[in-house]
Design a protein around this ligand. Structure first.
Ligand code: ATP
Ligand code: MG
Ligand code: MG
Length: 327
């Protein structure tokens, strides 16, 4: 088994992060399109794939299988096929300020989601782990936020409630499985072929407590722009750290931010629970929820389950809509 070319043709490079590289591929034998993520084989990769394999939910990216390989697959295939398509295949420009703050040296033992289980190791069979998953053809929430500026207003309102409801449903499921995602942001929220939200990128997933049920000393890895204050401060944070970025995400879905400089100006205020003028008046219910989700202290933030229940109460969804495609 080596790399990808044994079974897949590469169609495009979908994204490249600190440690991962994601390709859109077509399986040579079953003919279907998949996404394959290549990560360096460390304990982190081990956590990512174990979490994905364990989670089975309509709002979480569906995992198929994984395999290790020492072939880093910068073969002719990648050079010829991917480089031709990669410039237009990359669907968004990364804002430097949102780069993931990844420090792989700080691969703390106690954060291992799989502690106690046998782990893969670099020396076992290769340097890379290839993770095959469902291809989310609807793109990312980053794409949706950009496209919303051109959508009709009524449609946006309806879609926001549907999308956010699915996000919170996926996060509720992650938390019910005693995990924390730790890197929720629009780039890591995708749309599947069924039009539904698929939460992806479990590269920073962690257990909520250690094996004794005690809090875990944690690192401040994550995306600074979206990270909760306690995650930035390396506190013994828990799953409430995932609620803070969701408040930011919900705001971004509702409020049009036209320019990068507007965003830079608005963002620190938003993180401090200060909304731009007009927001609280035009979105009274949402602004109250978002305010709570952005509470500085995690105890004051609602659980994913609470947010979901509130959404059901205040914005009951049309059941027909739930089966409709979003993108
Ligand atoms: P980051 O550094 O942002 O955390 P990453 O290297 O950890 O990135 P992912 O976030 O898992 O990797 O994937 C990178 C990008 O590839 C995503 O933002 C998305 O655009 C695309 N992508 C990932 N998984 C899929 C998928 N299953 N289907 C379609 N596109 C995907
Ligand atoms: Mg990512
Ligand atoms: Mg990642």
């Amino acid at each position: 088994v080596s790399g990808l070319s044994h079974s897949f043709d590469v169609i495009a490079k979908l994204g490249q992060g600190g440690f991962g590289c994601v390709y859109e591929v077509k399986h040579k034998y079953d003919g279907k399109i998949y996404a394959v993520k290549r990560v360096i084989l460390t304990r982190k990769a081990d956590s990512e794939v174990k979490a994905l394999a364990r989670l089975d939910h309509p709002n979480i990216v569906r995992y198929i299988t994984c395999w290790p390989s020492s072939d880093n697959w910068t073969s002719n295939q990648e050079r010829n096929q991917v480089s031709n398509t990669s410039s237009d295949a990359v669907t968004f420009e990364r804002d430097g300020s949102e780069e993931r703050d990844d420090d792989d040296d700080d691969d703390d033992e106690d954060e291992d989601v799989t502690s106690g289980m046998e782990s893969l190791s670099v020396t076992d069979s290769g340097t890379y782990l290839f993770i095959q998953m469902e291809f989310c053809e609807g793109g990312t929430l980053t794409d949706w936020i950009k496209a919303r500026n051109f959508m009709e207003k009524q449609r946006i309102i309806v879609e926001i409630h549907k999308i956010f409801y699915e996000i919170i449903t996926g996060v509720e499921y992650i938390h019910a499985n005693k995990l924390i995602h730790r890197d929720l942001k629009p780039d890591n929220i995708l749309f599947g072929a069924d039009g539904k939200v698929k939460i992806g990128d479990f590269g920073l997933v962690a257990a909520q407590t250690d094996q004794n049920g005690d809090p875990i000393e944690r690192s401040n890895r994550g995306t600074p722009t979206y990270m909760s204050p306690e995650q930035k401060n390396k506190k013994n944070y828990d799953e409430k750290t995932d609620i803070f970025p969701l408040g930011l995400v919900w705001f971004e879905m509702i409020w049009k931010i036209s320019t990068g400089s507007e965003r830079v100006k608005l963002w620190p205020d938003l993180r401090d629970q200060r909304f731009p003028e007009g927001f609280s008046d035009s979105c009274q219910t949402e602004s109250k929820f978002i305010m709570k989700m952005l509470s500085y202290s995690p105890e004051h933030r609602p659980h994913a389950k609470d947010v979901k229940e509130k959404l059901e109460k205040f914005f009951p969804l049309d059941q027909n809509l739930l089966s409709q495609k979003t993108v």
